[in-house]
Design a protein around this ligand. Structure first.
Ligand SMILES: Cc1cc2nc3c(=O)[nH]c(=O)nc-3n(C[C@H](O)[C@H](O)[C@H](O)COP(=O)(O)OP(=O)(O)OC[C@H]3O[C@@H](n4cnc5c(N)ncnc54)[C@H](O)[C@@H]3O)c2cc1C
Length: 465
């Protein structure tokens, strides 16, 4: 009898996508070998919780760890920590690993994730510039926050919003510098983030919109040289297009860019966003190679525009598809509608697909329905207001996007509306939807239905005009 051969799946990356892929590959072919390489000291932790430990809403970093290293050993997944992959040889089916040399693979999953975009200004070699990502570094930076008096957050990205909310909780004077006219301007509409900005102002945050970062300012080291880490001095502020701001610490929250260097150097096709191109099975342009997570691009379900750098939940789901298929299974990943939601200041904001600003920028026509409703019965304590905006395709009135701001209940509505967009629900369906009315958890009039009714009225008056 011929001995059964054990195939080896190599996964480059130990983030949400890489771990999702490794687990799925093992589940699909338990007898096969699954090897993961990560530059970091850890795998199974949630980076998403880091801003909330910094803000002291979560008491310690230990809670962010999901599983110990032994859990992967028991699951038969061979994780190589602090091992950087420096090259992919597709012809010879090998990865080159720092400290290990060339390692062969039968199937390869690339899950190299993202980097924050380089601010591209002088002074980026100073100490005191914090890129929030690795949990070990976050633990070190958390101690720095104990004696930070003034911090500048660069860019009102999702992470920027979280950090701008977290730092004042530590008593730190917080400045936000962003080149756009309002926070999260590439995703959210101005009226949706206006309450967030008001609550930041109440918290003492100093907002500098329409303001470009021009330089990190620092005090040079006494010896005029650089530290062993290559740092030429410590940051003391930033120079912006609107003047200088002092800072003990600068948190860089620029756009997420795909880490595609290994894939690109190996000749794997890269798309217009810089993300690796994959098909619905997460297969790349090269046979035997799959990719997942923030290093890839996937099509948006409404506009078909390729999107990159979505979220941890997208990365994990994509990793599952890639890992399953790499191990011989058959799974497909569908276009995305991108439900999103977060806490910012004293509010929750969220949505799906796009709001008015992005739809306008993409040249997508829409009918708008907007209404303010409430999260619980009007007489129930702690009832919160919720503003809902719905965008629908003018002819069919099919929902194509939504944005919301409120005191609670945003995540569930964003998830529901994402499914509504996906399956082609119309404003009419939503205007007369059934809804839960229970005083502590839901009002008689569902805010989504109110917004849809307003949208129908707008559509009717537009057709008369
Ligand atoms: C502070 C923070 C907050 C977040 N908040 C949320 C949230 O609230 N909700 C949400 O859904 N998502 C959140 N995310 C997730 C995030 O935005 C990404 O979408 C997610 O991390 C993408 O996962 P990934 O596995 O594709 O990439 P990454 O997380 O970037 O992981 C990449 C992995 O690849 C490894 N790697 C890269 N290159 C190499 C190489 N050459 N050799 C070896 N290893 C390599 C890295 O070590 C790392 O393990 C947050 C992330 C951070 C950092």
């Amino acid at each position: 009898m011929t001995p059964k051969t054990v195939a080896r799946t190599v996964v480059v990356g130990g983030g949400a996508a890489g771990i999702g892929a490794a687990g799925a590959a093992k589940a699909a072919a338990p007898g096969d070998e699954v090897v993961v390489y990560t530059e970091y000291e850890d795998c199974a932790y949630s980076p998403c919780g880091i801003p909330y430990v910094h803000g002291k809403e979560i008491p310690d970093f230990d809670r962010l760890f999901l599983a110990g290293k032994e859990a992967y050993v028991e699951a038969g997944i061979d994780i190589h920590y602090e091992r950087k992959v420096t090259g992919l040889d597709l012809a010879r089916h090998q990865v080159t690993v720092e400290g290990e040399g060339d390692v062969g693979w039968d199937r390869l999953v690339i899950a190299t994730g993202f980097d924050y975009a380089d601010p591209g200004v002088p002074g980026s070699d100073l100490e005191g510039l914090y890129y929030v990502k690795n949990i070990r570094r976050a633990m070190e930076w958390d101690k720095v926050l104990d004696h930070t008096k003034v911090a500048v957050v660069i860019e009102a990205s999702p992470l920027g919003l979280e950090m701008v909310t977290a730092l004042p909780h530590r008593g730190i004077e917080t400045h936000l510098v962003d080149p756009h006219p309002w926070a999260l301007a590439e995703a959210a509409d101005a009226d949706i983030v206006a309450p967030v900005e008001e609550s930041w102002a109440e918290m003492g945050v100093k907002m500098h919109f329409n303001t470009r970062l021009e330089e990190f300012l620092g005090d040079a080291r006494g010896d005029g040289g650089v530290s062993p880490q290559g740092k030429s001095g410590h940051v003391r502020g930033v120079r912006t297009s609107e003047g200088e701001l002092p800072a003990d610490l600068v948190v860089i929250c620029t756009k997420k860019t795909p880490r595609n260097d290994l894939a690109a150097a190996a000749g794997i096709a890269i798309g217009s966003t810089g993300g690796i191109i994959v098909d619905e099975t997460m297969a790349t342009s090269c046979a035997g190679v799959w990719a997942a997570g923030d290093c890839i691009e996937v099509p948006h379900g409404v506009s078909n525009v390729p999107l990159q750098g979505l979220s941890g939940s997208h990365a994990y789901a994509q990793g599952k598809v890639a890992g399953t298929n790499a191990a011989g299974g058959r799974r497909k990943y569908q276009p995305v509608y991108v439900p999103w939601g977060m806490v910012a200041g004293k509010w929750m904001i969220g949505g799906v697909s796009f709001g008015e600003t992005l739809a306008t920028a993409l040249g997508i026509p829409y009918v708008l329905g907007k209404a303010q409703g409430i999260s619980r019965a009007r007489y129930y304590p702690d009832m919160k207001k919720i503003t809902v905006k719905l965008l629908a395709e003018p002819k069919t009135l099919r929902l194509i996007g939504a944005q919301m701001v409120g005191g609670e209940g945003i995540k569930e509505r964003a998830d529901f509306l994402a499914m509504a967009v996906k399956v082609g629900i119309t404003l009419e369906d939503l205007a007369y939807m059934e809804n839960v009315y229970s005083p502590p958890i839901g009002a008689l009039n569902e805010p989504i239905a109110l917004a849809a009714q307003n949208g129908l009225a707008n559509a009717a008056s537009a057709s008369k005009g």
